[in-house]
Design a protein around this ligand. Structure first.
Ligand code: HEM
Length: 458
């Protein structure tokens, strides 16, 4: 079924198949690598429809239709049942999985903790963690390779742990590191999810795994929340900010249970995504020496070898363009899914109530109607002029509309600090022959990790 005649992408990506996969193959591929289920037609159509067990599933790539789903008619959609089944056992009812008035109140309450004012308090933590990693690499023997996917996952976990819990970070980081990878590997949608079996039956093995992996974490968070709430005056970390946060409209705060679900959501949503973005950035730079040289030139002229501070972040436009272009080609959240709460019309097509509507950054960012030469790595696409010429809702690494990623500014600051600090000290080269394959699980991972050699820069 795979069609070799489809123009081979310049950069690694599964070769899309033409037409419809038979259902049994669709489910096998879905479990293995979700991005390989998207057909070649999706990359050149505004909307693609498929019926699965009598229910419609649309892939929508027309910016105006995406705007309708995420913004103008957002109240007519909610997260899908399958998203809830996959994420809720691990994340509880944090921002990602909650809906309606509860979501609105919590989003309002938490916004300030992720605003620019708060981010500047977190950048020294990001910088410290980046410098520690640089120091760690300096003790590697000449020519030694590291799995950059793993290294990025560790450093982003350190950053979110220290941001959230200050000094208590290490024990929490260890628990999450053990739990999160396994959780993601096991929590894949299966045919029973689509058939609507109860979650506990559809996911019997997964159920236990999610539960065991995260129960330890819950207990630790409860302990920390209790000790901070008792007024012992803990540090001004993200946890303290969330405990102190009040809804500007009602003056209410969050209960201990709500806080715990938010904390775990922020951990899971906030570390793996940035780690995967960084992994693909290093890979792309290693394949594009011209762009890498331009990045180094900017870093040398603005920073001259020192680590970036909060004030520097706005002065590194090419660095930002490299990050944005990398997330175009390898968006860490490859698919954004919604369910229609009522009949709707998208791109002139009737969308019946109950349909799944998929907005797929993986497809959208490589769409032939929206991008010229979509398989090419070209950071200049993100210059101010090019961005202004593009329709909004054609580039969505952080989603858009009212449920846009609350951590977007955090993630951009973190990626900039990591890239600027490490690229000034090292060139990362892919180990020759190392296989590179994007793998669409909950996030977009590298199937075989990313073995690279950090070479100190003269
Ligand atoms: C490169 C890194 C990141 C990417 C690509 C990313 C992507 C996304 C996307 C696409 C959504 C919207 C999902 C939807 O509409 O269904 C989202 C939501 C969310 N993200 Fe991120 N994210 C990143 C980093 C972070 C960080 C660092 C945090 C926290 C520190 C975070 C916390 C969240 C939360 C809590 C939500 C749910 C927001 C809501 O529904 O109100 N993310 N993210």
């Amino acid at each position: 079924m795979l069609d070799e005649s489809f123009e081979t992408p310049v950069l690694p990506a599964p070769v899309p198949h033409h037409g419809r996969l038979p259902l049994f193959r669709f489910f096998r591929i879905l479990r293995d690598n979700m991005i390989a289920t998207y057909s070649a037609e999706a990359y050149e159509s505004e909307i693609v429809e498929r019926k699965i067990f009598g229910r419609c599933r649309f892939i929508v790539s027309q910016p105006a239709a995406i705007k309708r789903v995420l913004l103008d008619n957002a109240a007519g959609y909610r997260k899908t049942e399958i998203t809830r089944r996959i994420l809720e056992p691990g994340l509880g009812k944090g921002l990602i999985t909650s809906e309606g008035e509860t979501w609105r109140r919590h989003r309002r309450t938490m916004s300030a903790s992720f605003g620019h004012g708060s981010i500047s308090a977190y950048t020294p933590i990001m910088s410290g963690a980046a410098q520690e990693l640089a120091a760690e690499w300096s003790s590697l023997g000449a020519g030694a390779a590291v799995d950059v996917a793993r290294a990025m996952s560790k450093v982003t976990l350190h950053i979110i742990s220290r941001t959230m819990f200050s000094t208590d970070s290490d024990v929490m980081g260890d628990i999450i590191e053990q739990g999160a990878g396994r959780y993601q590997a096991e929590m894949r949608p299966n045919i029973m999810d689509f058939l609507g079996f109860p979650a506990w039956l559809a996911g019997l093995p997964r159920f236990g795994i999610a539960d065991r992996a995260l129960r330890k974490f819950d207990a630790q968070i409860d302990r920390l929340i209790a000790s901070r709430s008792s007024g012992s005056g803990g540090p001004r970390d993200l946890l303290s900010r969330l405990i102190a946060a009040r809804d500007e409209q009602t003056g209410g705060g969050m209960t201990a249970e709500e806080l715990r679900d938010h904390v775990i959501t922020i951990f899971m949503a906030g570390h793996e995504t940035t780690a995967m973005a960084m992994t693909w950035i290093w890979y792309l730079l290693s394949q594009h020496p011209r762009e890498e040289a331009k990045l180094h030139a900017e870093l040398a002229s603005v920073l001259g070898g020192r680590p970036p501070t909060d004030e520097d972040l706005g002065k590194l436009p090419y660095t930002r363009m490299v990050i944005e272009e990398s997330m175009r080609l390898y968006p860490p959240v490859h698919t954004i899914a919604r369910e229609a709460l009522a009949d709707d019309v998208l791109s002139g097509r009737r969308v019946p109530k109950g349909s799944s509507v998929l907005i797929v950054p993986w497809v959208l960012h490589r769409h032939r109607l929206l991008w010229q030469d979509p398989g090419r790595f070209l950071p200049e696409r993100f210059s101010a002029t090019c961005c202004a010429a593009r329709p909004r809702f054609s580039y969505l690494p952080f989603g858009d509309g009212r449920r846009i990623c609350i951590g977007a500014a955090f993630a951009m600051a973190e990626a900039t600090v990591l890239l600027a600090t490490l690229a000034q000290r090292y060139r990362l080269q892919l180990v020759p022959g190392h296989p590179v394959e994007p793998l669409g699980l909950i996030t977009l991972r590298a199937r075989y990790g990313m073995q690279m050699t950090p070479t100190p820069r003269a």
